[in-house]
Design a protein around this ligand. Structure first.
Ligand code: NAD
Length: 511
């Protein structure tokens, strides 16, 4: 097991060392630059996939699908089981690479790899539970049932902030379902993608499966667009911004392909008068400032009862002052860098707009220089807002927490739902009526609705995804696997008669 070192050494050399420990041979240099947000320096360059490369990768995945779909699901699971074992072996290396490339602190980066291991275990169990139903037929001597079949090639577009976990959610489930995968990771995190791909290919070879079941293509949106438009891609699972989903969704629909969209969130917590403020503060701080505010489930809005808003604001600011911002490879650091200068600019723009709307900056927001001018570290900000203005209704992918106030619980729910996104939500309360009301049909309109726990850090056992502009997709646990398969309804007549459904008589033959 190798140990993380401060990036003050040579991050580029360290990245190569980590990659080679996971069996990756460095690709030819090219125009795609892999950087570390820790210093802003280039780690290496890679060749982006050409149109012909993407075309060939989809072709290989489509060919591999022909045999893969007929391998029994529990046998397909052998690849995923082995992948899980390799991830366990390389948890520290892959985690450190995710830290180098995405800037996550060590604990969160290792948590990301743990999540991959968890989803592999889930998928292995699932391989024996791809159940179809048997329904009561209305006709005598007939059996009515459904069977689930693999879909084909699944294209996976992933975002920078979960450089490997989101891929694994899709891939582990897709593979046991009998699909093959073409992955286009974020152009910001190509190295962790090389590692994930190499580990999966190795797992396939070691269990005697065809390694062509998984393909990796690298590059920016233009490379992703090839997957979007290719009719051989049966399902496109796209994780990223609402802007991306707006382009991708209609294009896949235009060719009658399937799309699974996991887009941006604008997640909120209602903090009621009865809330346990100590527990609430701890949950809010992790959800709002963790991953430097760069999770789709990051807590962006607190809607606090007038009786507790001042006390909660004080507690949160106290906790924020103790957050150590810095090099994510250093022990004790809890807030690493923003991904790049663009993220910093959009945070500053949002803060300026919030203040212009009458917001009061309670704490944070300023830049912290850690490793020179080419990297972007900030103190997480808390802004008290007089109203839910336009900027609050948008997702700014940075650590800004807006605090709003309510008096009546119905107003809190209305405020909560008055944003275009619908990913994750929570209520902090000791009143069971309020908790149940929040979870009821006229409560939170999000795909994830929690009680007395933060909005981020979901377990893989549940279905993950959100409503409205978040895209409606569901990934990971529960019955999300159904998105990766097609359903056939089968009616079997084992009688000597031919009764028609709905009692229809249709016989030209006179008896
Ligand atoms: P992004 O939308 O810029 O990019 C996501 C991926 O889509 C990248 O691989 C990118 O190259 C690709 N892409 C972008 N435009 C495309 C196009 N027109 N055609 C094909 N591919 C295209 O997102 P990002 O900045 O990497 O990630 C941050 C965003 O992702 C945030 O909005 C965050 O909320 C969201 N996100 C959502 C989830 C979720 O599960 N709901 C999870 C992680 C991140």
């Amino acid at each position: 097991m190798t140990r993380a070192t401060s990036v003050a050494g040579d991050p580029a050399a360290r990245a190569v060392e980590l990659l080679s420990s996971m069996g990756v041979t460095m690709p030819a240099p090219g125009s795609l630059v892999a950087r570390t947000p820790i210093t802003g320096a280039a780690l290496t360059t890679l060749t982006a996939s050409s149109g012909a490369d993407v075309d060939a990768a989809i072709g290989k995945a489509a060919n591999a699908f022909r045999d893969w779909r007929t391998v029994p699901a529990p046998q397909r699971a052998a690849v995923v089981r082995r992948l899980g074992e390799l991830l366990r072996e390389h948890l520290h290396e892959l985690g450190e690479l995710a830290t180098l490339e995405a800037g996550k602190i060590g604990a969160e980066a290792r948590g990301e790899v743990q999540e991959m291991i968890d989803v592999c275990e889930f998928a292995v169990g699932l391989s024996r539970q791809l159940y179809g139903r048997t329904m009561a037929s209305e006709r005598p001597g007939h059996r009515l049932m459904e069977t689930w079949h693999p879909l084909g090639v699944v294209g996976v577009l992933s975002a920078f902030n979960f450089p490997v976990a989101v891929w694994s959610w899709n891939t582990a489930i897709a593979l046991v379902c009998g699909d093959t995968v073409v992955w286009k990771p974020s152009e910001t995190t190509p190295l962790t993608a090389l590692a994930g791909h190499a580990l999966l290919r190795r797992a396939a070879v070691e269990v005697g499966a065809d390694p062509e079941i998984h393909q990796l293509v690298q590059g920016a949106a233009d490379v992703g667009e090839r997957l979007v438009d290719d009719e051989r891609v049966a399902l496109l699972s796209a994780t990223g911004s609402v802007r991306m989903g707006r382009t991708v969704g209609p294009r896949v629909a235009a060719r009658f392909g399937r799309c699974l969209l996991e887009l941006g969130g604008n997640n909120a917590a209602i903090v009621t008068a009865s809330a346990d403020l100590e527990l609430t503060t701890r949950a809010v701080v992790f959800a709002a400032a963790g991953t430097a505010g760069q999770r789709c489930t990051t807590l962006r809005r607190v809607i606090a009862h007038t009786d507790v808003v001042a006390a909660l604001g004080d507690r949160l600011c106290d906790a924020y002052h103790q957050l150590r911002v810095g090099d994510p490879l250093e022990d004790g650091v809890l807030v690493g860098p923003l991904i790049n200068g663009r993220a910093y600019t959009s945070m500053q723009d949002a803060l300026a707009r919030a203040l212009a709307d009458g917001g009061e900056l309670l704490c944070g927001g300023e830049r912290v220089i850690v490793h020179g001018e080419e990297s972007y570290y900030v103190r997480p900000a808390i802004v008290r807002m007089p109203a839910q203005t336009e900027v609050v209704r948008e997702e700014t992918f940075a650590p800004i927490l807006y605090v709003l106030t309510y008096y009546d619980f119905d107003d809190a729910i209305a405020l909560h739902n008055q944003v275009p996104q619908g990913l994750s939500s929570t209520v902090f309360t000791r009143d069971q009526r309020e908790a149940e009301r929040f979870l009821a049909a006229d409560g939170s309109d999000c795909g994830i609705a929690n009680v007395n726990i933060g909005t981020s850090g979901a377990e893989i056992g549940g279905a993950f995804g959100g409503e409205k502009q978040t895209g409606g997709g569901r990934e990971s646990g529960s019955d999300s696997w159904k998105a990766y398969m097609r359903r056939a309804t089968n009616t079997i007549n084992y009688s000597t008669e031919l009764p028609l459904a709905q009692g229809i008589e249709f016989s030209p033959v006179s008896s």
